[in-house]
Write a protein that binds this ligand. Structure first.
Ligand code: 6R9
Length: 636
């Protein structure tokens, strides 16, 4: 394995070198990878004005040679992937590095035989089964740009992403298991592709053995295609800055944007952060509970662990099926040593009887991780005491789809791990707190907008098809900095505490949604004239979605009318985005609080949703102050 930070002194030394001599620092980190050709420059490009960071430019490589081929000599028989199915009665599956290498090569050959070429975009809408991991790596092997769409998104969401990425290939399955539910995935894809004329080929993996409609000339079964292909597949040689993947994520405006990551920088960043944050050892069994459809699954279920030659567990199911002890049962069953999950999962399990966790030994655990949203102190302590039995350091990892990997976090057992603090920045990360006017706030015990001062290997390269959008979102608000969209506090010891989004993004169970995106969906309902969506504190989800909606024909009066309107609103959101974006509360209103210039005063709507109705601030600039009284009175 590559060298790793092992003491606090080594952390400080590495950090200092990464700031003073970034080229030397990152060249040394990148050295042990398999390169077809080394780089000409370590870092180039700029944040401002172009927003065009480049890392290891001139280098040539294939990331799957680094995830798989280079481990074969020493770790060929080591487990790469452990797959734990949704139903505990179904036998688990284990793949060694040699077996995973072969499966990826076979899938890659199937892609090539079906016309996939370097640079083509491939949409992957697969459940959390081994073929999802294999398919992602197969795309990387042939140089295709994968774009995984979480298999809970709606047909409309798939279609939007497929068209935005101009993808001609889709990989999917017949159906999926999620707890007690089974969902017909292929039929969702069929519906989506009615509005995607560019798609030429759909490759379908059989998982549940369900009947599906196969469209002649477009759809093929994976098991038919894989029959006669070779067991090896030469890897495509990629340039360092060629795109590796697109992952769509929500912002404060418009449709989700396709965040683009590149080959070399992303690889170095995923590997470096994985090894150092989790302090991975050769015999660890590592489990990240995120779906590969989110960035956490990309960087820390798949790429990071495989680059590091670790054993990664992939779980198809949900934390509460068949019982709320499932996570802990899986940890004991596979002797998991490092466990990485989200605060929302912890909170939902905390709410169930404590015996669900106390009846498992959990003695294999060594390191615990958290990601996706701030972890509240109560959840932190519960996790520490009942899961970690007081002896496992917790790494609260702050990062974003756009950052490619972890930015601020404890290094397990090395740098301080304090409840409700993400902690210190990783080497290479220079966080700053900014004032509204963009000046840096010096010193500790301070709060401001969180921005990053210098480029790091995993920084977003562009938003697919629209570089200007990336520039305007991340690099223009505060020239010279990458703007995160989060607010943060630097405590008296210099540890960072992430407060939450400062833009119109809501974080529901660790998943990002733009308020505008949900409003657009709600407005698709025939009942709706206008809507405004805000987040509010939610015990389990972190934030819940509160929707204020003005209906056609004024306020409905009968219960039946209200129910119909609400059902139609929910249906619209499920159809446009998916069940995960369903509003938690809907309040039908006759008007929204607007300024004279017509701007909705979200501050007021947020306060009402939070229940802080006694202190609404200044409402005198409102066009119609009476609206506020009605909204307060009708609060859900
Ligand atoms: C990895 C991931 C990013 C947003 C981010 C922030 C929130 C993530 C956090 C956290 C506090 C943490 N966030 N990790 N907030 N503490 N440890 O979640 O990416 O889906 O793009 O979300 O999530 O608000 O800006 P992504």
């Amino acid at each position: 394995m590559h060298p790793r930070i092992r003491t606090i002194e080594e952390y400080h030394a590495a950090y200092q070198q990464s700031v003073e001599d970034p080229d030397g620092f990152w060249a040394a980190v990148a050295e042990p990878f398999t390169w077809r050709r080394k780089w000409d420059t370590v870092r180039s490009g700029e944040f401002s004005p172009a927003g065009n960071s480049k890392w290891f430019d001139g280098a040539r490589l294939n990331i799957t040679e680094n995830c798989l081929d280079r481990h074969l000599a020493q770790r060929g028989n080591k487990l790469a992937l452990i797959f734990e199915p949704n139903d505990p009665k179904v036998r688990h599956l284990r793949l060694t590095y040699r077996e995973l290498h072969q499966q990826v090569c076979q899938f890659a050959n199937v892609l090539r035989n079906n016309g996939v070429q370097k640079g083509d975009r491939v949409i992957i809408y697969l459940p959390m089964i081994p073929q999802l991991a294999v398919a992602v790596l197969a795309c990387a092997r042939v140089g295709a740009v994968h774009s995984v769409v979480f298999a809970g998104f709606s047909a409309t969401a798939i279609a939007d992403r497929t068209n935005d990425a101009d993808a001609r290939f889709v990989l999917t399955a017949d159906g999926l298991n999620r707890g007690a539910k089974q969902i017909p995935v292929k039929s969702v894809v069929d519906e989506a592709l009615e509005s995607c004329p560019g798609v030429r080929r759909v490759i379908v993996v059989e998982h549940l053995g369900w009947p599906v409609t196969m469209r002649e000339g477009r759809d093929v079964w994976y098991h038919d295609e894989v029959k006669d292909v070779a067991l090896t597949c030469p890897a495509e040689e990629m340039a360092a800055e060629d795109p590796l993947f697109i992952l769509y994520t929500s912002g404060s405006t418009g449709k989700p944007k396709g965040v683009v990551h590149s080959q070399a920088g992303y690889m170095v960043w995923a590997d470096y952060t994985f090894r150092n944050v989790f302090q991975v050892e050769e015999n660890d069994v590592y489990w990240c509970t995120a779906d590969i459809g989110w960035v956490t699954g990309h960087s820390y279920l798949l790429y990071g662990p495989l680059l590091a030659g670790a054993t990664s567990l992939q779980f198809e199911g949900v934390p509460t099926f068949p019982s709320p002890g499932r996570f802990w049962e899986v940890i004991d069953k596979h002797h998991v040593t490092i466990f990485y999950t989200a605060p929302t999962a912890i909170r939902s399990l905390m709410a169930t009887p404590i015996d669900n966790v106390l009846s498992y030994s959990l003695t294999s655990l060594r390191v615990l991780g958290s990601v996706g949203e701030p972890i509240n102190e109560e959840a932190w302590h519960w996790y520490h005491q009942h899961v970690g039995k007081g002896r496992c350091p917790i790494v609260d990892t702050w990062w974003q789809t756009e950052t490619g990997g972890i930015m601020i976090s404890a290094l397990a057992g090395i740098t301080p791990s304090v409840p409700a603090r993400a902690g210190l920045p990783l080497p290479g990360v220079q966080p700053v707190l900014l004032n509204q006017d963009g000046t840096e706030i010096e010193g500790n015990d301070q709060e401001g907008y969180l921005a990053i001062k210098a480029s790091w290997p995993g920084v977003i390269r562009t938003t697919w098809g629209d570089h200007e959008r990336a520039r305007q979102t991340y690099f223009q608000p505060y020239p010279g900095y990458y703007f995160t969209g989060d607010g943060a506090r630097r405590d008296e010891n210099g540890l960072y505490r992430i407060i939450g989004r400062v833009d119109d993004v809501i974080n529901v169970s660790g998943h990002r949604f733009g308020t505008a995106e949900i409003e657009n969906a709600i407005n698709q309902s025939d009942y709706v004239v206008e809507s405004a969506v805000v987040g509010y504190p939610h015990d389990v989800k972190g934030q819940g979605i509160y929707a204020y909606v003005i209906c056609q024909n004024g306020l409905p009066t009968s219960d039946l009318e209200i129910q119909r309107a609400e059902a139609s609103i929910i249906e619209a959101v499920v159809a446009e985005i998916g069940k995960i974006a369903k509003p938690d509360k809907i309040q039908l209103v006759s008007g929204l609080p607007k300024t004279r210039s017509g701007k909705i005063m979200r501050r007021i709507l947020r306060k009402v949703a939070e229940g802080e109705t006694s202190n609404l601030g200044d409402v005198t600039t409102l066009l119609d102050p009476l609206v506020v009284e009605e909204i307060v009175a009708g609060r859900k």
